[in-house]
Ligand binder design. Structure first.
Ligand code: ADP
Ligand code: MG
Length: 724
C-alpha cells in the first residue's frame, strides 16, 4: 500500500492529539485557539481531501483496518514484541511521571494480572497526564518494542475505560488522510455521513439482471457499510488486496462512471464542428503520392484511409496513430497535412524535441516545397526577428504547413485557419499542451466559436487495449502493424562493460564497411552535468581510439546551430560515429546507420531502449544493437535486458513493460482518463472494464436519469479532466 508515510495513525504527534481529543473538552488549558481553529477549518481540511459532499465522505473508503476487537494479556503482547504487530491491552495505571532525561517525556506504567508495560510519550498535553492518572483503567493500542528499560509502547493510542467495557465488534477503518486531520475526526464525519446519506441503487434492474448478471453485484449500500466497518470474520486478505466482493462492487461503479463520461465526452465532440476536408483528385495529395519514391505499406494505406475519412466529416478528428518505431508514421502525417492544405487550411506539426522537429521540417519541406507548399519552421532557438517573421507568415495564412516544437503553442503564434494539428510522440506532451495546440484554431476564418481543428496524435509507445480504453479520454485509435519492406531484423546482444575494446573494434569494422554508428551515453538521472561530462569523456575516448574516423558529439546543451550541423554531417554520412546522449531517443532517421551501442543499458527503461534501438534497422543492411551493461544487474534490469534481446516487437515490449512497471509509471505523464480512478486498478481489474462499457452503453441509451445519478455520485464536477 503506498503512502504509509501519510498514514496519520503512525504519526506520533497525531496519535497523541487523537488520544487527547476526548479530554480536551473538559480541560480548560487546551480549549484555546488551537481547538477553535481546528473546528472552524474542518470543512476546509476535508475539502482538501476532496470531501465536500456527504456522498464524498461515504465514498472515502479505508485504506486498511485495525483490529481492536480483541484484547491480549500484557504478558502475551510482550512475548510477541518486535514482530511488527500492533497489540491491544488493558491495564491499571500504576505510575505516571514526567521525566526530563534525556528529554521531557511522560512515562506511564500499566499493569494487568499477567504483567507490566511502560507507555512513553514524547509529545503530550498536560491534559493527558491527568487522563492517565494513577488508578485509571486504560485501553491501549500500539506496537510493543523491547526498549532500554524493558518492554514499552511509544505513543500508543490510549483511552480510559471502565474495566470490562465492551470491545468494538467491527474492524476499525484507517482512512487516507493528510496531516491535520485525525483519524478519529474522519471516522466520526464519515460515520455520520454514512448514516445520514441513503445510497439508493443507481444501476437499473435491467442492467443488473441483464449484461451484469454474471458479476453478481451486491447492493452498493451494503458494500459501503461493510467496507467502512467490516465484521472481524470477513477475510482480511480479501479486504486488504481489494478482491472482496464489496470492493468489486465499488470498483465496478467507479469504472462505470468513467466509461459513461468517456462516452459523453465523445458525444460532446460530435457536437463540435470542424472544417470538412474532402479528398480532391488531382490535388496536392495526389501529386505528392505520385512523387513518393516508395509505395505505402498495406498498414499505412489503411490508416491513411481512416484518417482521411475522419477529416471529410464536419466533426473534429481525435485520433491516435500508433506505430512501432520505423513503421513510417511521418508520411502518414504528411498525407493528412496535404488533405488539409488541399481544402484550403493550414496544418501544424508539433514534436517534443528540436532535433526531431527539425528533422521533420527538413523531410517535409523537401517533399512538399517542390510541389509549391510553403513550409515554416518555428522553434525556441530562432532569433527574435526570425520568430516574428515566421509568426507573421503563420498569421497571414501564407504558411500552409507549420512545423516546430512547443514554440508553436506560445501565445504570440496565431494561425489564420488551422485545420489540422498533428502531435508527434504525443506521450511526451502533457494534456495541457495538447489542448493548447487544439485551441489554436484560426483567428479570422472561423465560422463558429465551437469550431476546432482536426487532431492527429502519433506515438510509438504502443498502449495495450484496455489501457487505451480507460486512460485516454475519448480517442479513436489507428495502428500501423507492419514495417516497410526490405528491413532486416535487428540483432541485439548484451555485452559486459568490461569488453569495451571489442565493442570499439566492431565500431571500426562497421565504419570500414561504409556503415554508420550511434553510441549512446549513459543516462545519469541525478545530474545532467555529470551526464554531459560522461558524454564528453566517451567522445574523447572514441576520437582517440578511432583516429581514421570522424566522430561527432550531440547532447542537450549544444547550441541549436551546432546540433543541427552535427546532425547534418551524420545524415550526409560525412561523419561515421555519432556519440549522443538521449537527445536522439525519438524519431531520428538515418537509414545508413546500422550499429547502435548503448552504454549502461541497465539504466534505461524498456520503452527508451526500444526507441533507441529503433534508430537502426531502417535500411537494408543487417543491423546490430549492443547493449553494454555493468554487472551486477538488478532483477528488473536483467528482465528488461532479456526482453530486449528476445524481441523487437514494440507491442510485446510494451506488454512486458506494463507487467514490470504497472500502468501508472508505464504511461508517465498523467493521462486524462486516469485521473478519475481511485479504486479500480487497471491491471487487476481490466476484466471489469468490458462489463462497464456494456453497462454504460445500455444506460446511456435507455436510462438517462440513472446516468445522471451515477455520474453525480461518482464524479460530482470532476468531469473537466475529460477535455483532453
Ligand atoms: P516512425 O514511424 O518511427 O516515425 P518514420 O516515419 O521516421 O518512422 O519512417 C522510417 C523510415 O521509413 C523513413 O526513412 C521513411 O522514409 C521510411 N518509410 C516510410 N514508409 C515507407 C514505405 N512504405 N516504404 C519504404 N520506406 C518507408
Ligand atoms: Mg517518428
Amino acid at each position: 500500500m503506498p503512502g504509509t508515510a501519510a498514514d496519520p495513525i503512525q504519526d506520533p504527534a497525531d496519535a497523541a492529539k487523537e488520544a487527547a481529543a476526548p479530554a480536551r473538552d473538559k480541560a480548560g488549558e487546551a480549549k484555546g485557539k488551537a481547538a477553535r481553529s481546528g473546528t472552524s477549518s474542518a470543512a476546509a481540511r476535508l475539502a482538501k481531501l476532496g470531501l465536500r459532499r456527504p456522498v464524498d465522505l461515504v465514498l472515502h473508503l479505508p485504506m486498511r483496518y485495525e483490529d481492536e476487537t480483541t484484547l491480549a494479556p500484557i504478558a502475551d503482547a510482550i512475548r510477541r514484541a518486535g514482530l511488527g504487530q500492533p497489540a491491544q491491552v488493558e491495564g491499571e495505571v500504576i505510575s505516571n511521571e514526567v521525566t526530563f532525561r534525556p528529554r521531557r517525556q511522560l512515562v506511564v506504567k500499566i499493569a494487568d494480572d499477567s504483567g507490566e508495560l511502560t507507555l512513553r510519550f514524547l509529545n503530550f498535553y498536560g491534559s493527558q497526564t491527568k487522563q492517565m492518572a494513577e488508578g485509571v483503567w486504560l485501553r491501549v493500542r500500539g506496537e510493543v518494542r523491547g526498549g532500554f528499560f524493558g518492554a514499552e509502547m511509544v505513543h500508543p493510542t490510549v483511552r480510559p475505560v471502565v474495566p470490562g467495557e465492551a470491545l468494538p465488534d467491527r474492524l476499525t477503518p484507517v482512512y487516507p488522510s493528510t496531516a491535520g486531520i485525525a483519524q478519529a475526526y474522519l471516522r466520526k464525519a464519515i460515520g455520520g455521513a454514512l448514516s445520514r446519506t441513503p445510497m439508493p441503487e443507481t444501476l437499473p434492474q435491467a442492467v443488473l439482471q441483464g449484461p451484469l448478471a454474471r458479476l453478481h453485484l451486491r447492493p452498493l449500500a451494503d458494500c459501503l457499510r461493510l467496507l467502512h466497518a467490516p465484521p472481524p470474520q470477513e477475510s482480511e486478505a480479501a479486504l486488504a488486496d481489494r478482491s472482496h466482493p464489496a470492493w468489486q462492487r465499488i470498483k465496478f461503479d467507479e469504472l462505470l462512471a468513467q466509461q459513461i463520461s468517456l462516452r459523453r465526452a465523445h458525444a460532446a465532440r460530435r457536437e463540435k464542428t470542424a472544417p470538412t476536408m474532402p479528398r480532391r483528385e488531382g490535388g496536392l495529395l495526389t501529386r505528392f503520392l505520385a512523387a513518393l519514391p516508395f509505395r505505402l505499406t498495406g498498414a499505412q494505406e489503411r490508416v491513411v484511409a481512416e484518417i482521411a475519412a475522419d477529416m471529410t466529416r464536419p466533426h473534429p478528428m481525435h485520433r491516435l496513430l500508433q506505430g512501432d518505431v520505423g513503421s513510417g508514421k511521418t508520411i502518414v502525417a504528411a498525407l493528412a497535412a496535404c488533405q488539409a492544405i488541399d481544402a484550403g487550411y493550414q496544418a501544424a506539426l508539433m514534436a517534443p524535441t528540436e532535433i526531431l522537429a527539425e528533422q521533420h521540417y527538413r523531410k517535409l519541406s523537401a517533399w512538399l516545397e517542390p510541389l509549391g507548399v510553403p513550409v515554416v519552421w518555428l522553434a525556441g532557438s530562432l532569433k527574435a526577428r526570425e520568430k516574428r517573421e515566421a509568426a507573421a507568415r503563420v498569421e497571414s495564412g501564407e504558411a500552409q504547413l507549420v512545423i516546430g516544437t512547443h514554440a508553436l503553442i506560445q501565445d504570440a503564434v496565431r494561425f489564420a485557419r488551422l485545420g489540422l494539428s498533428v502531435v508527434d510522440e504525443q506521450h511526451r506532451f502533457g494534456v495541457a499542451q495538447r489542448l493548447a495546440l487544439r485551441g489554436k484554431a484560426g483567428a479570422s476564418d472561423v465560422p463558429a466559436p465551437d469550431t476546432v481543428p482536426h487532431q492527429l496524435m502519433m506515438s510509438a509507445t504502443p498502449i495495450p487495449r484496455t489501457l487505451a480504453m480507460t486512460y485516454y479520454a475519448d480517442l479513436d485509435v489507428s495502428v500501423i502493424d507492419e514495417l516497410p519492406p526490405g528491413r532486416t531484423p535487428i540483432v541485439t546482444r548484451l555485452v559486459n562493460d568490461a569488453r569495451r575494446d571489442e565493442v570499439i573494434a566492431r565500431v571500426h569494422h562497421a565504419a570500414a564497411e561504409g556503415r554508420q554508428v550511434y553510441w549512446v551515453c549513459p543516462l545519469i538521472e541525478e545530474s545532467e552535468a555529470l551526464q554531459l561530462q560522461t558524454a564528453v569523456e566517451t567522445y574523447e575516448t572514441l576520437v582517440a581510439a578511432l583516429p581514421d574516423l570522424r566522430v561527432g558529439l550531440v547532447h542537450g546543451r549544444l547550441p541549436p546551430a551546432e546540433k543541427a550541423s552535427v546532425m547534418d554531417d551524420f545524415s550526409a554520412n560525412r561523419m561515421q560515429v555519432l556519440v549522443a546522449t538521449t537527445v536522439i531517443e525519438v524519431g531520428v532517421d538515418v537509414p545508413n546507420a546500422s550499429l547502435m551501442v548503448i552504454e549502461h543499458a541497465e539504466r534505461f527503461g524498456l520503452a527508451q531502449l526500444h526507441q533507441l534501438r529503433g534508430r537502426v534497422g531502417r535500411g537494408s543492411a543487417e543491423s546490430v544493437c549492443l547493449l553494454m551493461y555493468q554487472a551486477p544487474l538488478s532483477p528488473t534490469a536483467r528482465e528488461r535486458l532479456a526482453t530486449m534481446r528476445e524481441t523487437t516487437d514494440g507491442f510485446e515490449i510494451a506488454r512486458r513493460d506494463l507487467e514490470i512497471r504497472g500502468p501508472g509509471e508505464f504511461l508517465g505523464a498523467r493521462q486524462s482518463g486516469e485521473a478519475m480512478l481511485r479504486f479500480a486498478d487497471l491491471q487487476t481489474d481490466a476484466w471489469l472494464v468490458e462489463y462497464a462499457q456494456e453497462a454504460a452503453e445500455l444506460m446511456l441509451a435507455r436510462f438517462p436519469e440513472a446516468v445522471e445519478a451515477h455520474l453525480s455520485r461518482w464524479l460530482g464536477g470532476r468531469e473537466h479532466y475529460l477535455k483532453a
